[in-house]
Design a protein around this ligand. Structure first.
Ligand SMILES: Nc1ncnc2c1ncn2[C@@H]1O[C@H](COP(=O)(O)OP(=O)(O)O)[C@@H](O)[C@H]1O
Ligand SMILES: [Mg+2]
Length: 254
């Protein structure tokens, strides 16, 4: 018998009103486990807001969010994280006073189920440190291990934030413009590293990215947002040939 791929994320009839404004309207998505999905759409389309409702930072006015078959619409942000949901933000978040390696090691310790403690003396050989260093290699930051996170370039801070997310065992990963501020020559290589690692871990990824030409080469599916709703969800080649998408978005893209 044919067994359909279980869904990692199912969003049903999601709506969000703020004041009198409709920010999200009847958003429907069903994303198969292990898929890497690009989310595209013009500025203000609602991409970040959709991520906020999926991760629990904003409460939808209507509809539901299911992760791996469980309704998480009313689940707290920390509980969603414990259930395997990870995300990055459009702007970087990290501990500027800690070194690059310490930032990633902290996240690795959490993933290892160890103490979330800076005071545990890190030894070069411990599992969390080793894992942190390997992840920094994936994002090309291993040469900055001992630099304070506050002192690295903007693009490197994005890489650090991605490393922090990659080192955890998140099963569903939301990346909001992970390449913002990364030098354009680095974008394809970094995307390749991220997607290779995610495929190896078999986790599901949703990624908002403005480098569409690059993005289309790495993702399995593309969700197109426009005016607070998903107007198309298809493979990259179908999306490029979709006349609705072209007139709503690609044709008017700057
Ligand atoms: N907290 C908020 N209050 C009011 N309006 C908001 C809020 N957050 C986002 N919006 C509005 O929702 C729309 C979608 O924003 P956003 O999700 O950031 O779009 P995108 O990430 O696609 O650029 C925009 O018009 C934005 O001004
Ligand atoms: Mg945004």
């Amino acid at each position: 018998m044919h067994t359909p791929t279980p869904s990692a994320l199912r969003v049903e009839g999601l709506g969000l009103q703020i004041g009198g404004a409709t920010i999200l309207k009847d958003v429907n998505l069903d994303i198969a486990e292990g898929a890497i999905v690009g989310v595209i759409g013009p500025n203000g389309a609602g991409k970040t807001t959709l991520f906020n409702t999926i991760s629990g930072l904003m409460t939808p006015t209507s509809g539901s969010v299911h992760m791996h078959g469980t309704d998480i619409t009313k689940t707290s942000v920390p509980a969603r994280a414990r259930a395997g949901l990870g995300r990055t933000f459009q702007t970087s978040s990290y501990f500027p006073g800690l070194t690059v390696l310490e930032n990633v090691r902290l996240a690795a310790q959490v993933a290892e189920g160890g103490n979330y403690s800076l005071f545990r003396f890190p030894s070069p050989g411990d599992a969390a440190t080793k894992r942190a260093h390997e992840t920094l290699e994936v994002v090309g930051l291993d040469h900055k291990d001992f630099t304070k996170a506050g002192d690295i370039s903007h693009g490197d801070k994005r890489k650090l934030e991605i490393a922090v997310l990659l080192v955890t065992d998140a099963k569903l990963v939301l990346l909001d413009e992970p390449m913002a501020g990364v030098a354009s020559g680095d974008v394809a290589g970094l995307l390749q590293n991220i997607t290779d690692m995610q495929r190896e871990k078999q986790c599901t990824v949703l990624m908002v990215e403005h480098h569409i030409d690059v993005l289309l080469g790495f993702v399995d599916m593309v969700a197109v947002m426009h005016f607070g709703t998903i107007i198309a969800y298809d493979t990259p080649s179908e999306i490029m040939n979709n006349p609705t998408v072209q007139s709503a978005y690609l044709g008017t893209a700057a």
